[in-house]
Unconditional design. Sequence first.
Length: 463
Amino acid sequence: MRTRLILAFILVIVLALGTVLIVANLSAETQVKGYLHRFGMGGETNLMQSLTDYYRQHKSWSGVEALLTSAIRQAGGQGQGQGRVSGDGQGGNQAGGMISQNVIADSDGVIVYAPDPTRIGQTLSPRELQSAQAVEVDGQVAGYLLTPGNADGLPTNFASQLLAKVRNATLLAALISGAVALILALVLANQVAKPVKVLTQSAERIAQGDLSQKIDVKGPPEVVTLGQTLNSMAESLQRSEKNRRTLTADIAHELRTPLAVQQANLEALEDGVYPLTQEALKPLREQNELLIRLVEDLRTISLADAGELELHKRAVDLLELTHFTAKSFEPALAKNAITLRVRSIGELPKVNADPDRIQQILHNLLQNALRYTPAGKSIDIELQSEGKEIRLDVRDHGAGIPPEAFDLIFERFYRADSSREHTSGSSGLGLAIARKLAEAHGGTITASNHPQVGAVFTLRLPI
């Protein structure tokens, strides 16, 4: 990844600097040529050609003043005669003024035209002669042209040299910028690639089953967030794996007791310890029913976990359904001298729910309350409407929920009182199933302790 990042950065740098070089060179060339032309230093080529044509036609420099006057007018000058102009500061007048300052000499260096008439007939100085441009006709030097730029010591190829210097300076700046950008690209590539490499290695270890490692990633916020997400995923997988192992052990434990009881009873019957009577078969039937309930509960909770639990919803009177469910507990309540009270606060709207599944929730909550309510006490069920929900509270008068059990009360096979593991015939899945069924209806179940005594399980269902 680091190599690909560096190559990508290099490509971007090359494209950016190449574009800058091309644009800068084109712009510099345009600006330099425009500047020289504006101030009369870019028209030497046209003037030289005109002088060459003039000498070839006239065989002398006599009357060359007319040629200069015409050039001045074409360049925007307003001078006459010797070409003196009164420029107004604009480019054309400045160009005409510069042309009017040209000096023309014959092949011997004798001045035949000059802005200062007193110089006509004089000879160009060695310095001027060196700076002047030779006017060649048919391969022979016919004269010299001394422009203001030449006279000031500027080379005849001033424009090309200036452009070359600009190009060199631009290229040098591009090389320096490219080197700095490349160094920064290397640093940035390392900063990005290193944490990503750590994340990749960690993800590979997680895929191989190593869920205990923690990723400590430093880098861009996005990479740090990704590392934290991987840590959370690993912790979630670790919890899921732990729950899977615990569930397997719990299922084996729950199945072992009824199977062991059945095995012992069958062996006793085979050995003739007990006669084959209805009374002897009763424990076998009870343990078989417990196994059936356990398997059915496991199936229900598995469907709920997978989101495949089928619900047949319709308008349900929750108060009526609560009274109906409570009647099935009358024998057990009477046996333990426990009173069950059901009351509603205000009018209750109907809920859109599956009555069989809601009855299963109520059955599990009542069974749990019955299990932990001492003989002679009471169980209270209270229903009321709260906003867009119906709230149903099931309160027992037992010892309440231990503080350490609140996070575990709805876990599979959890029992707050381990001494009652199998005496009640419970599968240990009742509260877990109740919560899953409530969530399937878009509701919730929570547990709390009553300020006075006992535990309270609160079911909330949307209206």
